[in-house]
Design a protein around this ligand. Sequence first.
Ligand code: NAD
Ligand code: TDX
Length: 350
Amino acid sequence: MKILITGGAGFIGSHVVRLFVNKYPNYEIVNLDKLTYAGNLANLSDIENKANYRFVKGDIVDAEFISALFEAEKFNAVVHLAAESHVDRSITNPLEFVYTNVIGTVNLLNAAKKLYTAENNAFKLFYHVSTDEVYGTLGETGMFTETTAYDPHSPYSASKASSDHFVRAYHDTYKLPAVISNCSNNYGPFHFPEKLIPLCIYNIKNNKPLPIYGKGENIRDWLFVEDHAGAIDVIFHKAKTGSTYNIGGHNEWTNIDVIRLLCKIMDQKLNRPAGTNEKLITFVKDRAGHDLRYAIDSSKLQQDLGWKPSLQFEEGLGKTVDWYLANEEWLQSVTSGNYQKYYQEQYVQR
Ligand code: NAD
Ligand code: TDX
């Protein structure tokens, strides 16, 4: 089995690559990544020399390159994670999200379809990794299920919804074997410090303000990244083609409560008096079109395929903080360059 994993140098992709390379020594894993600001080969330094792993630098938007790669490599399956992933960036630069998330996905689908048809069905599966944000926002009650209607609000979620539709269209029209999973917010090691949790870990460590959008009342459903990678493994091997699975941890928190918990954990780990870090909390201008609440019903995945999350949030958050404090070099390297200007000065301006 030769598997192409796209976006393997990113946050979730690096955990998926590591799991597949270590757990399946007989699979050949090819990691394709453009190495944008979010992609970092240091995320994979522990497995880079494994015999069943290879890295290819490339852009999924480049249709000729993708077509030639598939022709040369004759992959048996694709796990597609490469994407522009940050909602705030999609608000300032939506086109980049259309190129990578929509056109890039269609380029991969075209190349997979060609292989599927030409290679006598040696191509087995196109696994598309997507998000719960395609479903839009919930009010105070209810959960997203696999049959919830799509209602994306941000340019990011609109681009992911579009890519999901294309994957289903290729399955329905050309019979391309495909599955989709829609997951809730992930957290854990190697998360780029632009997203809420790693940004606040970095800022607490450096005694900088913790920017909370609006009143901090928006709710997200947090899942430890290794649990997401485990779910992808289960779905990849067991799901029927044409199916969709929601992945989530039944773990809803308001943003302000997440950050209060993080402040408390980091008071202890940094030996600061109780209450020190909470003083850094700063309420800033709300995100435009900010979805109020996400909550995933993952009972289909639990019942059909026997997956369940392994970690409680407090434990996972503690592990995550330990990882960031122990990996100062990684944090330094990803926050060098124009990081300070992009992520730190903008909050002062608000
Ligand atoms: P990330 O931003 O950390 O990583 C994305 C990776 O894709 C990076 O390594 C980047 O270099 C690569 N990439 C970007 N554009 C590319 C291109 N044109 N060609 C090739 N490679 C390119 O993202 P992430 O948080 O790890 O998310 C991975 C996937 O999971 C995305 O599809 C995202 O929509 C989905 N997802 C993320 C979350 C979450 O909480 N982070 C939740 C659900 C679903
Ligand atoms: O500085 C911040 N302050 C703040 O209050 C940031 C960066 C975020 N927030 C809020 C916005 C959200 O309500 O925190 C919540 C989480 O924000 P992000 O970490 O940016 O994640 P979110 O927008 O929820 O999207 C994430 O989960 C779903 C990923 O980035 C997506 O790729 C994934 O699909």
